[in-house]
Design a protein around this ligand. Sequence first.
Ligand code: HEM
Length: 478
Amino acid sequence: MYTYYKGYFESQGKEIPSIFVDFLAAGGQLVVSDPDILQELFVTKSKFVDKQHRARTIMEKLIGRSILLEKSTEEQSMKRKRLSAAFYKDKMTQILQILVKKTYDWTQKLKQDIKDGKSEKELNKLVNDHVTSCIMTSVFGETQLKQSLQFQTGNGEEELSLGICVGKLFFKMIRKQITPLRQLTQLFDRYYIGKEEQDLLKNLQNYRVFLQKLIEERKEQMKDPNHYSADFLTLLLSDDLYQQDDELMKDEISTFMLASTQTTATLITNTLYYYEQLPDVKVKLRNELSKVFTSNDQDLINIENINISVEQWIDKLGYDQLQEGWKYLYLVIQESLRIEPPVRSSVPMQLRESMNICGYNIDTETPILVHLFLLHRNPKEWQNPDKFIPERFDPQSTFYLTPDGRKRKSHSFAPFLGGRRICLGKTFAENIAKLVIPIFISELEFKFKKEEHYKRKPPKSLSTEINVPIILSAVKGK
Ligand code: HEM
């Protein structure tokens, strides 16, 4: 959409306005990317702002009554509060340790692949598979069930891993939403029309049956009074709001899988891409790695010369260390979220009452879309907005300021949206990125197979697939 908007306005000799009506969606939708308007929507007038309910109807068979698309009611906020227990420090500490170990094992397996002559990989797929596996561990914990499903395709069935299935289900639901029929009327939002949508319905039902089996398995395991696990399913089964309602548990699990996998994988893929493309960023990040593993009384040790054990990683990538240390890595991750927010635009919102927002009269019928990509490229708020400059998040740097030297407006950066419906998994997602990236780059190096990838980065967000072949090699022992 960004390219379309840019082309349209540039052809008229204008910049993309920070608020306009897009009539590509039948009936029109308001596209906003102005930090002052966001301040009103997220803070000052937040109690008048809600999710537009249509998306929920369309996605119902996948995520049902889960918090993601529910209106902002007291019930939504209570469920949200209960679910946020999944990210409390004690649970996160345990999950992070498991994920550090899992990531370390992954890099060792990749090193073995290199030895076996399988050094060519595809960056997006490599990261996606690993993030999916991390998320599945965090959501389901230990399970004996095979985590794959028979998936109906146009020409038959194929066996796919659960993470891949969820991604496919999501894309097919989005496709269903943008068919011409549903652009013209809402009458068919609930229905599955034609062979392709009927296949989708069967896949959705199969997926829910599988989730039910997982719930049954965990209920059995929890009969043992010594059973303890920090995973999300166990949390739901221990919460009196959820434990009696299998359907609602399946809804929330689907949302967690959906909201976390592609988004976090996109963040990590993009960050690793910029790391390889921009030598300056690579040097600074490797210096930080070296510093982390050099004790105060030693001269700086080159990271290539140290073998780091999984225990040392667990020590350096604990919950507190991730929040307080790794300053440059933090800047790089923030800049990656700015320059290519994995979620480019929000789910449509709508006002509960017609009102004036920053000088614009907006009624209750108009869908409002927050365009995060446009927000993050606003030339009034960001110096050289198209350039990757991590220092713009460092308060000590001159890039921290706007081009005219003032402090940036607080809602000029919102990759996780904002206000009371801000992403629930924000810190978790950032933590996964902060642990996967250092382990990966200290154990492995990669080069783009195609020279063109050093010159121009293909855009990558939640809804865009890219194909970036890479050649992996081991960092140590060369
Ligand atoms: C880099 C990774 C991520 C990004 C960029 C991201 C971004 C977002 C955005 C923009 C929204 C608002 C959606 C809208 O209403 O338009 C959102 C909501 C949400 N996200 Fe994330 N997310 C990420 C990772 C995660 C993870 C790891 C989880 C869970 C484990 C998660 C769970 C949720 C949930 C439950 C909501 C709905 C919150 C509510 O409406 O109350 N997200 N996320």
